[in-house]
Ligand binder design. Sequence first.
Ligand code: ADP
Ligand code: ZN
Length: 475
Amino acid sequence: METYQVLAVIGVLIFIAFIFRNKKSTQKEINNLNEIEYASSSGMKFDDVAGNYEAKEKLQEIVDFIKYPEKYSRFNARMPKGVLLYGAPGTGKTLMAKALAGEAGVPFYAVSGSDFVQVYAGLGAGRIRNLFKKARKSGKSVVFIDEIDAIGKKRMNGNMRGSDEGDRTLNALLTEMSGFADDSGTVVVAATNRIDTLDSALLRPGRFDRQIEIMLPDRNARKDILELYLCKKKAKSAIDLDDIADMTVYFSGAMIENLINEAALRAIREDSDEISEEHIKKAYLEVLAGTEKKNRVENSRQKTVTSYHEAGHAFVSKHLMPDNKVVRVSVIPTSKGAGGYTLSTPIGDEVITKQRIKNQLAVLMAGRVAEEIFFGRDNITIGAQNDIEKATSLAVDYIAKYGMDDDSAFVNMGVLAEKLNISLVSVERSVKKLAAEIYDEVVDIIENNKGKVEKIANLLIEKEVINEEELNEIV
Ligand code: ADP
Ligand code: ZN
């Protein structure tokens, strides 16, 4: 009996000591974590960010908001509180946020969403409140939250996100954001590589309602980035930037910076006075060897195919629907997973007619058709996957929903199948027939205009992004 009692008392004592210790270390942890956040006048300017011209333009307005909030509150204009920068890693999102603070001349507070992932219960929310307390104390500021997806993931099926802690942290952030006044001159900038995974609560008005894509640099932007870093790092003026811009297709800004840095290290190792083209080219092979050797060849082959593919879309769009604006054709992959894209907007609210749907189907097919015509049936790529998905869905609607097919005019196939309890083989046949007919038409269009499509493709290979005027000139 006695020994049991003694053991029990010792047990309880150990337990209490354990709790006490744990509490103490949690407190210490809080203090440590708070010190990770830092404020600094970043000293960066938009000039330190090369390329990204459109994003800079959009952020220029935010600079004005921060500098002169009175100007906007006088008109009761709602100031943006949150700006979301999204795009591939290493494209300069953090750099851009720093430059925003630098341009506005306000302190820069930064945290990363990934720091919140494995913290003690309640700590994440506390850190958010602390961060904003500091920001408020300094008056105007830019608060930067990198990797916002780590705390702002989409809720699955409406309720579960998997972690209550993430919820609490996210809620604290949203509460803080709605807490500060519109004219406080504080702007929260968040960054993510994965906008598709974000909880839509984050994107609502009054939250991160300004969304700016930071894109992989196109050829021109790559030249700018090269120039920026070669200037900083002593380089021969005779370096052929065009050549290097070509080699670095699909590189991010960070990869280019790294390349020039490797070249500088090489120059130092060889005791040279300055960086030469040789150094860069050797560094390039070294950098790629670290990742994938074939990269260069693959990249340029991919770019060529994508250029013809997009040229097909762009040409057929202009050819069939001359009134459609083709705002931009690009062969730079987007952060939403497309290898390239042709961005077109119809003029006004056009009535959706049978002819219009057929034209849309033709435009969707034109990418694959161009690949087939210029590279051969056996060399078509997976690049049309998304086009095929969209076209199939549109063709099914054409037949089964809109009653536009001559063989089954004014019949909704879904209703028919349900009422009569029959299968839909006839729809399948009609969809395939429609698709095949339009495909053949597109083949004719491109065969008859091979020269023009090739011209567009070549311009894309050269410039990677072309605008409406350049396209019109060729078509
Ligand atoms: P992200 O936040 O998008 O992942 P960062 O801003 O951290 O990218 O970029 C990492 C580094 O890459 C920067 O510090 C800078 O040296 C370089 N960099 C990336 N994009 C650019 C750019 N557009 N202009 C100049 N430097 C860039
Ligand atoms: Zn396509």
